[in-house]
Design a protein around this ligand. Structure first.
Ligand SMILES: [Zn+2]
Length: 95
């Protein structure tokens, strides 16, 4: 059993991000190019933390959730509460 992100508020660059969250999945639109992206908040999955970003295939920006899954882990492992607000971090491509 993983995290349920329904009801979490998401932010991108300090503003509310419009996302579709279901279970540990977060879908949203790349603000740079309009490409739909899926971030999965599970160990090792793309977008789960800064070291495992979701790369936009169109504009090559990298996105990840903060706090990263690598710092939080599974709910039952560390007894931590789910974050009420999560940020979507963006790193522009280095092309
Ligand atoms: Zn993009």
């Amino acid at each position: 059993m993983g995290w349920t992100l329904d009801g979490v508020r998401f932010e991108h660059q300090g503003k509310t991000a419009r996302v579709c969250a279901d279970g540990n999945n977060v879908a949203w639109i790349c603000p740079s190019c309009g490409m739909p992206l899926l971030l999965v908040y599970l160990k090792g999955r793309k977008g789960s933390c800064a070291s495992r970003p979701r790369r936009c295939e169109q504009c090559l920006s990298d996105y990840s959730l903060e706090p990263g899954y690598d710092a939080i882990g599974e709910p039952q492992e560390k007894g931590v509460k789910r974050a009420e607000v999560m940020s979507i971090l963006q790193r522009a491509s280095k092309q």
